[in-house]
Design a protein around this ligand. Structure first.
Ligand code: SAM
Ligand code: DTB
Ligand code: SF4
Length: 346
């Protein structure tokens, strides 16, 4: 790859500020810029903060699947809906560690352990803490997503070696009540604060394609960007279709250009956050993913499955990144290591 010449455009030379006072009008004005101007601005900010030719690779494992008491209307793991996903017990530590090792050897730098809980019970948390410590010893970044946390639970996870806590706001405050009724947006914001206060880095984003308006997508980005600290990671999930859940009645695939615009606005509003193109890449063309990277996305999940739904094959990802001249840990590794998981009926 040839070196990128320094940009002389004024917009690209100003240092990116981290602001926390975004207004709805400003977000909308950004979103409505011409596509070329929006992408140029986002790419400039991206280059001030990140290597534009690098993408982070994370891997996911469902350590406790299904039977969840929450009613998130998009989710295959909620006990409220018939989705065909079987509930399991918490996985053994040895299986988790072996799966993490294989994911690392196949090119993942971060390992995220996900459990279908409203919140962890203290005895379950002890076991998760053991898993976190063992995965950390493999030299991977650790992430967990276990539902709501108390301040004490967040501190215990931090002491065990957890780097990131994933807890999504999922959508705008206005649309939220149409999707989830068993926990409030404030519950989620409280858990994010507990994670932050315990010293954990925060991974927080949401879903597009559930039938929300563009204003809701921007409302979600505003909520994230106006938190006291921006989440270090912002996962943007495209709704992965699951049979039997209420979101089927409202879902509509977003216009690809609208998705790229949203990624660009996320990059501009949260200049130092890693923006992850998360669930739903299986529906995206190579060209759409390339545009998302150009707009500022710089992380993906790798591995054939996410939690209960599919993800692109490792070789397809490696090929795409190579054709784009983007380097990642996939460059240096073999093909071993996709984790076993229950894949939901679609
Ligand atoms: N149970 C925990 C919780 O909700 O906090 C952690 C796991 S949960 C599966 C993590 C996130 O995955 C959700 O907040 C949602 O944003 C995303 N997600 C779940 N099902 C999805 C789907 N079918 N398509 C896209 N994203 C999904
Ligand atoms: C996030 O924002 N996306 C991941 C992770 N955090 C835990 C989960 C995606 C789940 C997709 C649906 C499934 O596979 O069940
Ligand atoms: Fe449970 Fe998490 Fe699924 Fe909601 S998103 S139903 S909390 S597993």
């Amino acid at each position: 790859m040839t070196a990128t010449p320094a940009c002389t455009h004024e917009e690209h030379r100003r240092p990116a500020e981290t602001r926390h006072d975004w207004s709805r009008d400003e977000a909308q004005r950004l979103y409505d810029r011409s596509f070329a101007d929006l992408i140029f601005q986002a790419q400039g900010i991206h280059r001030q903060n990140f290597d534009p030719n690098h993408v982070e690779t994370a891997s996911l494992l469902s350590i406790k699947t299904g039977g969840c008491p929450e009613d998130c209307g998009y989710c295959s793991q909620s006990a409220h809906y018939e989705t065909g996903v079987k509930a399991t017990r918490l996985m053994d530590r040895s299986v988790v560690v072996e799966t993490a090792r294989r994911a690392r050897d196949a090119g993942a730098s971060r390992f995220c352990m996900a459990a279908a809980w409203r919140n962890p019970k203290d005895r379950d948390l002890d076991q998760v803490c053991d898993m976190v410590s063992a995965v950390k010893e493999l030299g991977m970044e650790t992430c967990a997503t276990l539902g709501m946390l108390t301040p004490d639970q967040a501190s215990r996870l931090h002491r065990a070696g957890l780097d990131f806590y994933n807890h999504n706001v999922d959508t705008s405050p206005e649309f939220y009540g149409r999707i989830i009724t068993t926990r409030t947006m404030q519950d989620r914001i409280d858990t994010l604060a507990h994670a932050r206060e315990a010293g954990l880095k925060v991974c927080c984003g949401g879903i597009v394609g559930m039938g929300e308006q563009i204003e809701d997508r921007l409302g979600m980005l505003m909520l994230l960007a106006n938190l006291p600290y921006h989440p270090e990671s912002v996962p943007i999930n495209l709704w992965n279709e699951v049979k039997g859940v209420p979101v089927n009645d409202t879902a509509s695939q977003p216009d690809p250009i609208a998705l790229v615009r949203m990624i660009a606005v996320a990059r501009i509003m949260m200049p130092k956050s890693v923006v992850r193109l998360s669930a739903g890449r299986q529906y995206m063309s190579d060209e759409l993913q390339a545009l998302c990277f150009l707009a500022g996305a710089n992380s993906i999940f790798v591995g054939d499955v996410l939690l209960t739904t599919k993800n692109p094959q490792r070789d397809r990802d490696a090929d795409l990144l190579s054709r784009l001249g983007i380097h990642s840990r996939l460059d240096t590794t073999g093909t071993a290591g996709n984790q076993p998981s229950a894949v939901a009926a679609t």
